[in-house]
Design a protein around this ligand. Structure first.
Ligand code: BTN
Length: 251
Protein backbone atom coordinates (compact mmCIF):
# COMPACT_ATOMS: atom_id res chain seq x y z
CA UNK A 1 0.00 0.00 0.00
CA UNK A 2 2.82 2.44 0.78
CA UNK A 3 3.95 2.24 -2.90
CA UNK A 4 1.12 4.69 -3.64
CA UNK A 5 2.27 7.15 -0.96
CA UNK A 6 4.88 9.87 -0.73
CA UNK A 7 7.64 9.67 1.92
CA UNK A 8 6.39 8.35 5.28
CA UNK A 9 8.13 9.72 8.41
CA UNK A 10 7.49 7.64 11.54
CA UNK A 11 8.07 8.78 15.13
CA UNK A 12 7.44 7.24 18.52
CA UNK A 13 6.42 10.57 20.02
CA UNK A 14 5.81 14.09 18.78
CA UNK A 15 4.15 17.13 20.28
CA UNK A 16 1.96 17.31 17.17
CA UNK A 17 2.35 15.62 13.78
CA UNK A 18 1.05 18.84 12.18
CA UNK A 19 3.97 20.78 13.66
CA UNK A 20 6.48 18.20 12.43
CA UNK A 21 4.90 18.23 8.96
CA UNK A 22 5.20 22.03 8.93
CA UNK A 23 8.88 21.75 9.88
CA UNK A 24 9.47 19.23 7.07
CA UNK A 25 7.71 21.52 4.56
CA UNK A 26 10.19 24.23 5.57
CA UNK A 27 12.94 21.79 4.59
CA UNK A 28 11.37 21.15 1.18
CA UNK A 29 9.25 18.04 1.93
CA UNK A 30 7.33 17.06 -1.23
CA UNK A 31 3.62 16.82 -1.86
CA UNK A 32 2.20 13.67 -0.31
CA UNK A 33 4.65 13.52 2.59
CA UNK A 34 3.13 11.64 5.54
CA UNK A 35 4.06 12.08 9.21
CA UNK A 36 2.96 9.39 11.68
CA UNK A 37 3.46 9.34 15.45
CA UNK A 38 2.60 6.58 17.92
CA UNK A 39 1.56 9.22 20.46
CA UNK A 40 1.40 12.99 20.77
CA UNK A 41 2.14 15.13 23.81
CA UNK A 42 0.47 18.28 22.47
CA UNK A 43 -2.13 17.02 19.98
CA UNK A 44 -4.35 19.82 18.70
CA UNK A 45 -7.98 19.74 17.61
CA UNK A 46 -10.19 22.27 15.84
CA UNK A 47 -11.20 25.50 17.52
CA UNK A 48 -8.14 25.47 19.79
CA UNK A 49 -9.06 22.23 21.53
CA UNK A 50 -6.67 19.57 22.85
CA UNK A 51 -6.66 16.19 21.03
CA UNK A 52 -6.31 13.22 23.40
CA UNK A 53 -3.37 11.31 21.91
CA UNK A 54 -2.31 8.10 23.72
CA UNK A 55 -0.53 5.21 21.99
CA UNK A 56 -2.62 2.73 20.00
CA UNK A 57 -4.40 5.33 17.88
CA UNK A 58 -3.75 7.14 14.59
CA UNK A 59 -1.98 10.51 14.55
CA UNK A 60 -1.20 11.43 10.98
CA UNK A 61 -0.38 14.55 9.01
CA UNK A 62 -0.45 14.72 5.23
CA UNK A 63 1.32 17.43 3.22
CA UNK A 64 -0.73 18.69 0.28
CA UNK A 65 0.72 21.19 -2.17
CA UNK A 66 -1.91 22.95 -4.20
CA UNK A 67 -2.16 25.11 -7.28
CA UNK A 68 -5.43 26.56 -5.94
CA UNK A 69 -5.96 29.76 -3.97
CA UNK A 70 -5.52 29.42 -0.19
CA UNK A 71 -9.21 30.43 0.28
CA UNK A 72 -10.31 27.35 -1.69
CA UNK A 73 -8.33 25.00 0.54
CA UNK A 74 -10.99 24.96 3.26
CA UNK A 75 -12.78 22.53 0.94
CA UNK A 76 -9.93 20.03 1.33
CA UNK A 77 -11.08 19.31 4.79
CA UNK A 78 -14.38 17.83 3.57
CA UNK A 79 -12.52 15.50 1.22
CA UNK A 80 -10.37 14.44 4.17
CA UNK A 81 -13.50 13.57 6.17
CA UNK A 82 -14.80 11.56 3.21
CA UNK A 83 -11.46 9.72 2.91
CA UNK A 84 -11.58 8.67 6.57
CA UNK A 85 -15.22 7.63 6.33
CA UNK A 86 -14.45 5.56 3.20
CA UNK A 87 -11.68 3.72 5.07
CA UNK A 88 -13.88 3.08 8.10
CA UNK A 89 -16.61 1.70 5.84
CA UNK A 90 -14.01 -0.56 4.17
CA UNK A 91 -13.27 -1.91 7.67
CA UNK A 92 -16.92 -3.00 7.90
CA UNK A 93 -18.33 -0.17 10.05
CA UNK A 94 -21.00 2.44 9.28
CA UNK A 95 -19.50 5.93 9.57
CA UNK A 96 -21.40 9.22 9.52
CA UNK A 97 -20.00 12.71 8.88
CA UNK A 98 -20.89 15.71 11.01
CA UNK A 99 -20.01 18.97 9.24
CA UNK A 100 -17.36 19.82 8.49
CA UNK A 101 -15.39 16.66 9.12
CA UNK A 102 -16.11 14.91 12.39
CA UNK A 103 -16.40 11.20 11.69
CA UNK A 104 -18.84 9.44 13.96
CA UNK A 105 -19.84 5.87 14.76
CA UNK A 106 -23.11 5.36 16.60
CA UNK A 107 -23.39 9.12 17.20
CA UNK A 108 -19.95 9.40 18.87
CA UNK A 109 -16.79 10.88 17.44
CA UNK A 110 -14.23 8.40 16.17
CA UNK A 111 -12.03 10.70 14.05
CA UNK A 112 -11.36 14.36 13.30
CA UNK A 113 -9.42 16.54 10.88
CA UNK A 114 -7.39 19.68 11.57
CA UNK A 115 -6.30 21.35 8.32
CA UNK A 116 -3.70 24.10 8.65
CA UNK A 117 -2.23 26.27 5.88
CA UNK A 118 1.49 26.93 5.64
CA UNK A 119 1.80 30.56 4.64
CA UNK A 120 5.59 30.72 4.44
CA UNK A 121 6.31 27.60 2.35
CA UNK A 122 9.40 27.72 0.10
CA UNK A 123 8.72 28.99 -3.45
CA UNK A 124 5.45 30.64 -2.34
CA UNK A 125 3.40 27.46 -2.90
CA UNK A 126 0.03 26.97 -1.24
CA UNK A 127 0.57 24.10 1.17
CA UNK A 128 -2.01 22.56 3.46
CA UNK A 129 -1.22 20.19 6.29
CA UNK A 130 -4.12 17.83 6.78
CA UNK A 131 -3.94 16.39 10.29
CA UNK A 132 -6.00 13.29 11.04
CA UNK A 133 -6.68 11.66 14.36
CA UNK A 134 -8.52 8.33 14.45
CA UNK A 135 -9.48 6.68 17.75
CA UNK A 136 -8.56 3.06 17.18
CA UNK A 137 -8.25 1.57 20.63
CA UNK A 138 -9.81 3.84 23.24
CA UNK A 139 -12.03 2.01 25.69
CA UNK A 140 -14.45 4.13 27.74
CA UNK A 141 -12.28 3.54 30.82
CA UNK A 142 -9.29 5.08 28.97
CA UNK A 143 -11.11 8.31 28.22
CA UNK A 144 -11.09 11.51 30.27
CA UNK A 145 -14.53 12.13 31.85
CA UNK A 146 -15.39 14.91 29.40
CA UNK A 147 -14.84 12.68 26.36
CA UNK A 148 -16.58 9.53 27.63
CA UNK A 149 -20.10 10.47 26.46
CA UNK A 150 -19.00 11.85 23.09
CA UNK A 151 -16.06 9.75 21.85
CA UNK A 152 -15.66 6.18 20.70
CA UNK A 153 -13.09 4.05 18.84
CA UNK A 154 -12.93 1.52 16.04
CA UNK A 155 -12.14 -1.35 18.44
CA UNK A 156 -15.08 -0.57 20.71
CA UNK A 157 -17.55 -0.24 17.86
CA UNK A 158 -16.35 -3.30 15.94
CA UNK A 159 -15.64 -5.55 18.91
CA UNK A 160 -12.30 -6.44 17.36
CA UNK A 161 -8.78 -4.98 17.33
CA UNK A 162 -7.33 -2.97 14.46
CA UNK A 163 -3.66 -2.20 13.79
CA UNK A 164 -3.18 1.62 13.98
CA UNK A 165 -0.36 1.50 11.41
CA UNK A 166 -2.60 -0.34 8.93
CA UNK A 167 -5.46 2.13 9.52
CA UNK A 168 -3.06 5.08 9.14
CA UNK A 169 -1.65 3.83 5.82
CA UNK A 170 -5.14 3.16 4.49
CA UNK A 171 -6.18 6.70 5.43
CA UNK A 172 -3.04 8.19 3.86
CA UNK A 173 -3.58 6.29 0.60
CA UNK A 174 -7.24 7.32 0.42
CA UNK A 175 -6.33 10.93 1.23
CA UNK A 176 -3.86 10.91 -1.65
CA UNK A 177 -6.64 9.80 -4.05
CA UNK A 178 -9.23 12.26 -2.74
CA UNK A 179 -6.85 15.23 -2.70
CA UNK A 180 -5.73 14.48 -6.27
CA UNK A 181 -9.42 14.84 -7.15
CA UNK A 182 -9.53 18.16 -5.31
CA UNK A 183 -6.56 19.41 -7.32
CA UNK A 184 -8.34 18.57 -10.56
CA UNK A 185 -11.44 20.65 -9.72
CA UNK A 186 -10.49 23.04 -6.90
CA UNK A 187 -13.59 21.99 -4.98
CA UNK A 188 -14.47 19.15 -2.61
CA UNK A 189 -16.26 16.07 -3.91
CA UNK A 190 -19.58 17.01 -2.33
CA UNK A 191 -21.45 14.03 -3.84
CA UNK A 192 -19.05 11.59 -2.15
CA UNK A 193 -19.19 13.58 1.10
CA UNK A 194 -22.99 13.47 1.13
CA UNK A 195 -22.89 9.68 1.04
CA UNK A 196 -21.82 9.79 4.70
CA UNK A 197 -23.41 13.10 5.70
CA UNK A 198 -25.87 12.53 8.53
CA UNK A 199 -27.23 16.00 9.29
CA UNK A 200 -29.74 16.63 6.48
CA UNK A 201 -32.95 17.98 8.03
CA UNK A 202 -31.36 18.20 11.50
CA UNK A 203 -32.16 21.19 13.71
CA UNK A 204 -28.93 22.92 14.68
CA UNK A 205 -27.53 26.08 16.22
CA UNK A 206 -24.60 28.03 14.84
CA UNK A 207 -22.97 31.39 15.45
CA UNK A 208 -23.67 33.94 12.72
CA UNK A 209 -21.12 36.80 12.67
CA UNK A 210 -23.96 39.37 12.37
CA UNK A 211 -26.83 37.77 14.30
CA UNK A 212 -25.08 35.76 17.04
CA UNK A 213 -26.49 32.34 17.89
CA UNK A 214 -29.00 31.26 15.24
CA UNK A 215 -31.19 28.15 15.07
CA UNK A 216 -32.24 26.49 11.84
CA UNK A 217 -32.50 23.34 9.76
CA UNK A 218 -29.65 21.83 7.72
CA UNK A 219 -30.46 21.89 4.01
CA UNK A 220 -27.29 20.39 2.53
CA UNK A 221 -23.70 21.17 1.57
CA UNK A 222 -22.74 23.91 -0.94
CA UNK A 223 -20.38 23.16 -3.84
CA UNK A 224 -17.51 24.90 -1.99
CA UNK A 225 -18.08 22.82 1.13
CA UNK A 226 -20.04 25.36 3.21
CA UNK A 227 -23.04 24.10 5.20
CA UNK A 228 -26.46 25.35 4.04
CA UNK A 229 -28.75 26.11 6.97
CA UNK A 230 -32.22 27.63 6.71
CA UNK A 231 -32.40 29.85 9.77
CA UNK A 232 -35.80 30.06 11.49
CA UNK A 233 -37.85 32.80 9.78
CA UNK A 234 -35.39 33.25 6.89
CA UNK A 235 -36.43 33.02 3.23
CA UNK A 236 -33.16 31.53 1.95
CA UNK A 237 -30.42 29.37 3.45
CA UNK A 238 -27.29 30.84 5.03
CA UNK A 239 -23.95 29.28 4.08
CA UNK A 240 -21.96 28.51 7.22
CA UNK A 241 -18.22 28.33 6.46
CA UNK A 242 -16.56 28.23 9.87
CA UNK A 243 -17.15 27.49 13.51
CA UNK A 244 -19.21 24.79 15.05
CA UNK A 245 -22.66 23.44 14.36
CA UNK A 246 -24.41 22.13 17.46
CA UNK A 247 -27.41 19.81 17.22
CA UNK A 248 -30.37 21.45 18.95
CA UNK A 249 -31.41 19.57 22.07
CA UNK A 250 -35.04 18.35 21.95
CA UNK A 251 -37.26 20.64 24.07
C1 BTN B 1 -10.77 17.79 15.60
O1 BTN B 1 -10.84 18.63 16.49
O2 BTN B 1 -11.73 17.08 15.31
C2 BTN B 1 -9.50 17.62 14.82
C3 BTN B 1 -8.56 16.64 15.46
C4 BTN B 1 -7.28 16.47 14.69
C5 BTN B 1 -6.25 15.67 15.46
C6 BTN B 1 -5.06 15.31 14.61
S1 BTN B 1 -4.04 14.09 15.37
C7 BTN B 1 -2.84 14.34 14.14
C8 BTN B 1 -2.77 15.83 13.87
N1 BTN B 1 -1.86 16.46 14.82
C9 BTN B 1 -2.49 17.27 15.66
O3 BTN B 1 -1.95 17.92 16.58
N2 BTN B 1 -3.80 17.30 15.38
C10 BTN B 1 -4.12 16.44 14.25
Amino acid sequence: MSATLGPVHRYDELASTNDEARRLVGQGAPDGTVVLARRQTGGRGRLGRHWFSPEGNVFLSYVHQSRHRPEALAGLTLDAGTAIADVIADLGLEPALKWPNDVQLGGRKVAGVLTELVTDAPHGQAVAIVGVGVNVALRPADLPDALRPIATSLDVEAGQAFDPEDVALRVAARLRQKLAGFEATGAPDVAAYQRWFAQLGQRVRFVDPADGVVAGVVQGVAHDGGLLVLADGAAAPTTVRAGEITPEEPA
